[in-house]
Design a protein around this ligand. Structure first.
Ligand SMILES: Cc1cc2nc3c(=O)[nH]c(=O)nc-3n(C[C@H](O)[C@H](O)[C@H](O)COP(=O)(O)OP(=O)(O)OC[C@H]3O[C@@H](n4cnc5c(N)ncnc54)[C@H](O)[C@@H]3O)c2cc1C
Length: 335
């Protein structure tokens, strides 16, 4: 057990906790759960710290999951399907690349997302037309209160846009230990995302291999997002909000170029577009800024603190609310 250690996080914020415990094996996990320590006070599970903004010292125990292992379990029930299990502590991008190298297909569009396998079902990570829910078969997790193991089926995870049961009803109640993915032997590229199809067409690639598709997506991603090793961030800080059809029509009259598309419950608006309209894109408050190439992303301009991130997030949210009557919801978790 290490005390007051700096907790790794991609925003590069000074992050500390009363206790910081790294768990690498199931035996270590069961011993920790059996000790009762995690029910004696607040506890936070972390993977890569790429979706958490540490605005305060965490008065409790941070548990960093670092178990490793990826294995092919065997065929899935449908023809050509495969079940692949990955430990929660595996780096997500390493897992995706391992799958590509082994010709286990379906995860290519999710390449280069920072973080771990264990966090992928928590917020149902998604990018370039694919979400984790599309390839997750089941999730093995341990209940913190009882130490009991439970396997959640895909349906039981209650996946939604950047959301799941682990972020809602069962928030902070389970430790994800491994995730089983349903992949495919055959490769059917998902080119539904316009920018991906355009980039491949521009490169003269009509029938991409899995590797070409992943490389194209990684290049697109890093043309718009800051690489964590170069500039601190938590990726998209805000979610794209869904508003009613009435609300959308009113906004459309005032802003004919508003970026939006039909979604369940109304219209999903591009939060980045709204933030840009408020004039915040590229600006900073203290040492925290709105990234110049993608207004959804808040970045560390150097030496930024969690309080500065929270202050900028508040200022942006208030201006979007005042101008568009839309409440921005955070995608990142503020501690
Ligand atoms: C540059 C950049 C780009 C990004 N792009 C995307 C993107 O395209 N799409 C996308 O969806 N996200 C994106 N993200 C956000 C982030 O990568 C994902 O949310 C990722 O899944 C977080 O993984 P993590 O291991 O770092 O989780 P953490 O930040 O450590 O934790 C996130 C949440 O998951 C919980 N958690 C983590 N591990 C476990 C576990 N084993 N058991 C239970 N709970 C756990 C934590 O308690 C916390 O609530 C991006 C982030 C960055 C910095």
């Amino acid at each position: 057990m290490e005390q007051n250690i700096h907790i790794p996080n991609t925003f590069g914020l000074p992050a500390t906790a009363d206790r910081y415990i790294v768990v690498r094996s199931e035996a270590e996990l069961l011993s920790l759960l059996g000790s009762g320590l995690l029910v004696q006070g607040p506890c936070l599970i972390v993977g890569g710290g790429s979706n958490i903004v540490f605005a305060n010292h965490f008065c409790g125990t941070v548990v960093h999951i670092e178990n490793k292992g990826i294995r092919l379990l065997g065929p899935a029930s449908e023809a050509g399907g495969l079940l692949v299990e990955a430990a929660a502590g595996e780096v997500w991008d390493g897992f995706v690349n391992h799958c590509i190298d082994n010709r286990w297909h379906g995860a290519e569009n999710l390449v280069a997302i920072p973080g771990t396998v264990g966090a992928s079902p928590v917020q149902n990570v998604g990018a370039y037309g694919v979400e984790a829910k599309d390839i997750i078969h089941s999730v093995k997790a341990y209940e913190i209160a009882t130490g009991r193991e439970r396997v959640f089926t895909n349906a039981e995870c209650e996946f939604a846009y950047r959301n799941s049961i682990f972020k809602q009803r069962l928030k902070d109640r389970y430790i994800v230990w491994s995730v089983t993915f349903r992949l495919r032997r055959d490769f059917a590229p998902n080119l539904g995302y316009k920018a991906v199809a355009e980039a491949l067409a521009a490169a003269g690639v009509a029938h991409p291999t899995a590797r070409q598709l992943a490389d194209t997506i990684a290049a697109l991603r890093w043309s718009k997002l800051p690489r964590p090793e170069e500039m601190g961030s938590a990726g998209s800080f805000f979610k794209n909000p869904i508003v009613s059809a009435d609300h959308y029509q009113r906004l459309k009259q005032e802003y004919p170029d508003i970026a939006a598309f039909a979604a369940e419950g109304g219209y999903k608006l591009a939060a980045g577009w709204m933030i840009e309209k408020t004039g915040w894109k590229g600006r900073s408050l203290g040492r925290c800024g709105v990234y110049e190439r993608q207004a959804l992303v808040l970045v560390n301009r150097g030496g930024c603190t969690g309080e500065e991130v929270a202050a900028l997030a508040r200022a942006v949210t208030e201006e979007v609310q005042a101008r568009f009557g839309v409440a921005l919801e955070k995608e990142a978790i503020i501690i």
